[in-house]
Design a binder for this molecule. Sequence first.
Ligand code: NAI
Length: 345
Amino acid sequence: MIKVAFYDAKAYDRPSFEHYGALHDMQFRFLETKLNEDTAEFARGCDAVCVFVNDNVNREVIDRLYELGVKLIALRSAGYNNVDVRAAFGKIHVVHVPAYSPYAVAEHAIALLLTSVRRIHKAYNRTREFNFSLNGLTGFDLHGKTAGVIGTGRIGRIFIDICRGFGMNVIAYDSFPAKDSGIEYVSLDELFERSDVISLHCPLTDGTRHMINAEAIGKMKKGVVILNTSRGGLIDAEALLEGIKARKIGAACLDVYEEEADIFFEDRSGHILNDDLLSRLISMPNVIVTSHQAFLTEEALNNIAETTVRNIVSCFENDGVCDNELCYRCGNIERCKKERKEKCF
Ligand code: NAI
């Protein structure tokens, strides 16, 4: 039996993981706490840990897990910026779920966009109080507007298709443009200058952190709508707030926030929020915040559980090779053994 310590467990995680785990004689220890230096100990006796986006899998945590005999870190997410894959190399294998439903995330980005530009969130609150006034609800047509998409991978490409369905013009920036895709790639500066709507779909790396900062916002059109369903750290939230206060930014829709780790996914109503910046952003009439919800569809949860369980099984069975293994050398044909269909180390 493979034993897995499942950190940051939520009620919606359990049914699908229990279902797929039972098919493979896998036992989950569901823990509500997040993984960090203090909670690594809870994995004692387990072969693997299963973690999500706000578990902090830094070098110290990895060393502690290694001492405890944990052999695998199984991310149940696509992004892995919260795991120090360099520190894990040679000690603990790391796997992730590269795609579970890119539609879920792209559709959520569109839901935020439509809600914002047609003021649906305001209309919903008004009609519940029998306020049928339309004052202040004037939106704008998406048709004919320009969407600037940063990151044209799985999610970005679906977002582009939906935008085209609305009759929007689409321009994009990607450090690795997709060949023969029919996508009009432009420089980042040109994207900032031409876009009415900017949507972020690239990973968070040292190179992309705060790519939306005061300088970038300075180049944007007045009234631009910024969507972030990728990672909070892509945006300098202080600069975003300044851009909103200066009436430069028309609206911001945020499913992610740089300092979300101790806030999102929990019921904080009735508590004083110790994050003035987030409080201020939420108080703005043209800001919509959802708490890292873009992935949350039935289809995505099912795919996440199925792939995570398959990843774990493949790491412990036969030769231990798993297509979804990650290391800091991945993508480097010369250095990563995975390119030769072997384990990363
Ligand atoms: P992907 O790997 O298919 O695509 C990422 C794209 O970004 C690639 O085309 C890549 O070339 C591009 N890219 C890399 N570095 C770049 C840079 N410096 N500038 C511009 N483009 C760059 O990833 P996928 O599946 O489309 O996911 C995108 C992001 O969405 C993930 O990194 C993750 O952070 C986020 N995400 C958020 C979820 C949520 O619930 N809010 C759920 C799933 C993913």
